[in-house]
Each structure stands twice: as C-alpha cells, then as structure tokens.
Design a protein around this ligand. Sequence first.
Ligand SMILES: [Zn+2]
Length: 311
Amino acid sequence: MSPNSNSSDLAVGIDIGGTKIAVGIVDRNGEILARRSFSTEAAQGFDRAVARIVAAIDECLLESGRRRAELYGIGIGCAGPVSPTRGTIDNPYTLPTWDGVDIVTPLKKEFDRPTFLENDADAAAVGEAYFGAGCGAKSVVMLTYGTGIGSGVLIDGKIYRGAQGTHPELGHLPVELDGPQCYCGIHGCFEAIASGTGISSAGSAAGLGDARHVFAAHSAGDTRAAAIIERALQATRVAVWTIQHTLLPEKIVLGGGIIDDHFALFAEAARGAVAASTMNPQGCTEVVQAVLGNRAGIVGAAQWARMAQMK
Ligand SMILES: [Zn+2]
C-alpha cells in the first residue's frame, strides 16, 4: 500500500503494551518526529496512565516544535481485547484493572482532536502495510510472534473487521487437534505451539529452559530442541496454508522478537506452505519480514487516525 497523499498533517501514534507505552508524533510519510516511552504500570491506575500519555504527547510536540492544533488526529493501538467502536480497553489480562476503560474520550477531550482506538496487532499491520514490508500490496496479513501470536488483516488497505467490529485472532487457528491446551479453551492453537510462550513451555517440559535456550540448543544440534522447533515450524506451515487458502493475501508479513532473530527458519516454512498450494496461482502470496520493528505500532496507529477520517 502507499501512503495517502491527502494525509498532509501530523498525527499522534500511541502503542500500549503490557510492559511499555510508546507515544510518537508521526508525519505523513511515516517518520516519527519525536517519541517517548515509559512503563505501563497498569495496576497503578488507568487515570495515571492517561495523564502520562498526555504529558508525553506535549513533550513530543515541544521537542518537534509543533502545536496541538497542528495534529490531524490521535491513534491508539492497544493490546487487546479492545473495542474500537466503543473506544474501550477490555484487557484485565495483561493490563491489570483495565477492564472496560474508555481511553478515547479523555484524550479527545484533552486535545480536541479525532481519536481512534485499535488492537495493537492491527495498528502494527497498518504500519507495515503503508510504510514497511507490506508497501505496494492491497491485501496484507501480519503475524507477530511474541508472547502470543498477534495478527492483523488488511483488505484493500483497510483493517478487516468481523462481526460487531471484532478482530480476527489468527494466533488461535487450530493447527494440531490433539496439541497442547491453549488458554482460549481449545487444544493445538498456532500460538500455543509457535509463540515464545509455546516454545518456552515445550522447552521447560523437555528440560531445556525458555525459548532462547531452545533456539540455542537447536543451533548446537540438540535433537529435543530440533523437535520443538520443527513443531513450531509445522504450526507455521499449517497456519500460513490456512491463511492463504481463506484470504489469499498478496503479502504475509512476519514480525516480532522470534522472527527478528530467526526469520530465515520461519520464512522457509511459510514459503514452503505457500509454494505447496495447488489451489492458488503460484507467486500470488509473498512472505516477507517486518521492517519497522517496535516503530510499527506508533506509525500504524497514527496512519489509522488519518485513514479513519477518510472513509
Ligand atoms: Zn487458543
């Protein structure tokens, strides 16, 4: 996808995760002019976090020599569940006490700018689709391998929404019907096997330690580690096969900490699944590596704040 030439003004992008909140002033080209980050400390109160976000935006404006009135909008990407339509964060799981809290209203009131909330994986997907690895593609699926496996789906440049505005959770695609129990309630989810948590869990059970140790043991030729990694790669093949056959995206973007360190392994598996398809034209789906790193959330949230006003 290409940046919209009509988006001529600055926007704020906010990326809220379980451990850190990052705030940035982003121009129409996806460049971050100034940014701040600080610990989320969700349990210390939602109002405190909002006040820190407001202060961080003002600091970024000051640093970049801009004014509040120059902002086109404010975009927030937050670890889900979130409700973009209600503007609420409903995530007491990784943001303790933040259950049903409205983040859009206080920021909109403070800055008098249009303000939008999205799932953080969707925001990252928008960032990569417009300014990163997905540039030039009309349909993009991003998979972020971290603690879990986040997913963002963009169709014709817009975030795909399901019923009631909900967000597809591709990390919970079942890839092994008799696989390990996932916290969502079923067995053998993609992220229960291939995420950092999934690999760490299998590594601990095998006496190898967490995911980092599993990858190190794999590099050293350990057969137990090789089996765990192969299982994660097979989970990736099945998930990518499913995604390709249901959505046929032009690009599948792989990102997140595990991919940063081991892209070649996972890309080979994903590309193998795509190439094995006989139902779709060869070459219609490209597997690429995310390039924006932890900037994707800020840049994507800011871009969505622009796009949401162009509907
Ligand atoms: Zn699950």
